[in-house]
Design a binder for this molecule. Structure first.
Ligand code: GDP
Ligand code: MG
Length: 163
């Protein structure tokens, strides 16, 4: 049975972009069929010889803050049940948001390994903005740009070290 890595976070932080980036870098097989499971997408990947299943928990996303937070919580619960390691994605350009803190609280309760990916850190100035996210209480905070592919190798190293 392969370890499961789940990508969680509020809408628009770049979960699906990261999912596709990891899938691209890890010789992944996307197992999902479009239109069947709209709110979770699975792939299989390999990094430094370690294979794993990857889940993008994003999927269905709504407009309003109070609606989406229920939805995100449901996705986090599903992912956390199945996951061996969680990639918690936040948006480094927008900065720390109250809903990030809410997700962090649920993840701390779950007591599973979490690697915090500060996404959209596209340049050096933005990479330096990652420090505020240490307040979420996770030891591993890694600035990445899912769009450009920077930092994702370090992220994957951190993830597979927790299997
Ligand atoms: P999700 O809702 O969390 O799955 O987020 P998406 O992957 O759909 O991305 C939301 C938006 O953020 C899209 O417009 C992406 O192109 C953009 N985005 C994702 N990753 C990055 C990044 O590393 N840098 C920048 N500048 N934009 C990004
Ligand atoms: Mg998405």
């Amino acid at each position: 049975v392969l370890p499961v890595v789940a990508i969680v976070g509020r809408p628009n932080v770049g979960k699906s972009t990261l999912f596709n980036r990891i899938a691209g870098e890890c010789i992944a097989i996307v197992e999902d069929k479009p239109g069947i499971t709209r709110d979770r997408i699975y792939a299989q990947g390999e990094w430094t010889g370690k294979r794993f299943h990857l889940i993008d928990t994003g999927g269905l996303e709504f407009g309003g803050e109070d609606v989406f937070i229920d939805h995100v919580r449901h996705q986090v619960e599903l992912a956390v049940d199945e996951a061996d390691v969680i990639i918690f994605v936040v948006d480094g350009r927008e900065g720390l948001m109250p809903s990030d803190e809410e997700v962090a609280t649920w993840l701390h309760r779950a007591d599973k390994p979490v690697v915090l990916a500060v996404n959209k850190a596209d340049n050096r100035r933005l990479r330096e903005d990652m420090y505020e996210f240490y307040s979420l209480g996770f030891d591993e905070v890694i600035p990445i740009s899912a769009l450009h592919g920077t930092g994702t190798g370090d992220l994957l190293d951190a993830v597979v070290s927790r299997f």
